[in-house]
Design a protein around this ligand. Structure first.
Ligand code: PMP
Length: 442
């Protein structure tokens, strides 16, 4: 049976697909059957240039032979070993490799299986840190409007994307939200980091006057907000957040699930912006998307507080997942990091960024484009005169590009781009020229 016959033989109904309009999808299913390098192969035989690195994760390109080989080898050697009071060598080896490229002073990593688990773990670490220091009253979590931190109760409570929250009622009590950093008036069509808006961080100071800073545990932000349409922090903004958190004894968490592992041309956004948080949530590019894995890289101060507080023999942090530090994930992550380093992928991303920026901003001349934002190998092309009109256009751009062999991601009124870091100038041209053609055709 070929793939199409198989699909017809199987009802599409049994699989309840995530973050998908199941009823629309199942009337015209788009099924992928393979992937190599920059391209997906679809069940009808056509190829798709992957403009979004799977889902912001396949940074080294699809099916890298060294990553494939590492997973196969590990599966044959050790399929599973619990991390509860037991260990295997690769998880330790990877933790050492990872912390050696992490910002200075962040020398410990706690493994999870996804970005959602990573943000929830970071929030729980913040609560446990304050508890260990006799400040258990620090319970409040502050996120940001339009933030995305996955789908767990903690991350979702801290997040600020309305459509993801409204089906679920109240979520965690006490979560509050700073304003987002999008300033379409002063910063429209800014290439790279926008100049205006460092003072938006002062809203945190104002919130602390209302809340009493000694009740706040952590502030969590994506250094670049991805899922809401790529919002780049204005120059000076993250530095100011860091300062306010430090002054008030509040932990700063960077959710680097998207920005980690070279997306901004450096290992982490913390390096790019030269701002060091207390905790970094990671996932996605960690294993190049090949095996689920996430984690939290923690500062020595957070680690020390928990280690020192517990009685000898006690569990210092009562948290973890059956699959934390899974052997296959550890093998995939180690091979992925090797590939990133040995093939200079972060450097390639940095060196091709000016070309990416130039091609992205060339779309400014195309009718219907309302704003263009970019940093590293990320871009957001906002469309339409209003959100509803822009949303309809984004869907049409997606369809047009898909039919012509290019995969982009529409989020509300914005086309989001986040290709594998190995993208070439020719492929960048293909991506932006197909988007331009689709807009001109509308
Ligand atoms: N944080 C951010 C910034 C993300 O973009 C995502 C996923 N898009 C997550 C957390 C959640 O990751 P996961 O889907 O692996 O749970």
């Amino acid at each position: 049976m070929d793939t199409h016959q198989q699909l017809n033989a199987n009802s599409l109904d049994a699989y309840w697909m995530p973050f998908t309009s199941n009823r629309s999808f199942k009337t015209a299913p788009q099924i992928v059957t393979g992937a190599q390098g920059m391209y997906y192969s679809m069940s009808d035989g056509h190829k798709l240039l992957d403009g979004i690195a799977g889902l912001w994760c396949v940074n080294a390109g699809h099916g890298h032979p060294k990553i494939v080989e590492a997973i196969q080898k590990q599966a044959a050697q050790l399929d599973f070993a619990s991390s509860f009071g037991f260990g295997h060598p690769l998880a330790f080896e990877y933790a050492n490799r990872l912390t050696s490229i992490a910002p200075q002073g962040l020398d410990h990593v706690f493994f999870t299986n996804s970005g959602s688990e990573a943000t929830d773990t970071a929030l729980k670490l913040a609560l446990a840190y304050h508890h260990a220091r006799g400040q258990g009253q620090r319970q409040r979590i502050i996120g940001r409007q339009r933030g995305y931190h996955g789908v767990g109760f903690g991350g979702l409570s801290a997040a600020g994307m309305g459509p993801h929250k409204k089906q679920f009622g109240m979520l965690l009590p006490g979560a509050a939200h700073m304003p987002h950093t999008h300033d379409p008036v002063r910063n429209a069509f800014s290439p790279g980091q926008p100049a205006h808006g460092a003072e938006i961080a002062d809203a945190l100071d104002q919130m602390l006057q209302t809340f009493d800073p000694s009740t706040v545990a952590a502030v969590i932000v994506e250094p670049v907000a991805g899922s809401t349409g790529v919002l780049i922090p204005p120059v000076g903004y993250l530095e100011r957040l860091r300062q306010i958190c430090t002054q008030n004894g509040i932990l700063l968490i960077f959710d680097e699930v998207v920005t980690g592992f070279g997306r901004l041309g450096r290992p982490f956004a913390a390096d790019r912006f030269d701002v060091t948080p207390d905790l970094i949530a990671i996932a996605k590019g960690m294993t190049n998307g090949a095996v689920p894995m996430g984690g939290v890289i923690a500062s020595n101060a957070v680690h020390e507080a928990l280690m020192q507080n517990a009685a000898s023999g006690a569990v210092e942090f009562s948290h973890g997942y059956t699959y934390s530090g899974h052997p296959l994930a550890s093998a995939a992550a180690l091979a992925t990091l090797d590939v990133y380093v040995s093939e200079g992928m972060f450097e390639h991303a940095a060196s091709i960024e000016p070309f990416w920026q130039e091609r992205a901003h060339a779309l400014k001349r195309v009718a219907g484009v309302a704003d263009i934002r970019n940093l590293g190998l990320l871009a957001g092309i906002e469309l339409g005169e209003d959100v509803a009109g822009g949303k309809a256009m984004a869907k049409k751009v997606y369809d047009y590009c898909f039919e012509r062999g290019v995969l982009v991601r529409p989020v509300a009124n914005t086309i989001v781009l986040s290709p594998p870091l190995v993208i070439s100038e020719t492929e960048i041209d293909m991506l932006f020229s197909t988007i331009a053609m689709s807009l001109r055709s509308l």
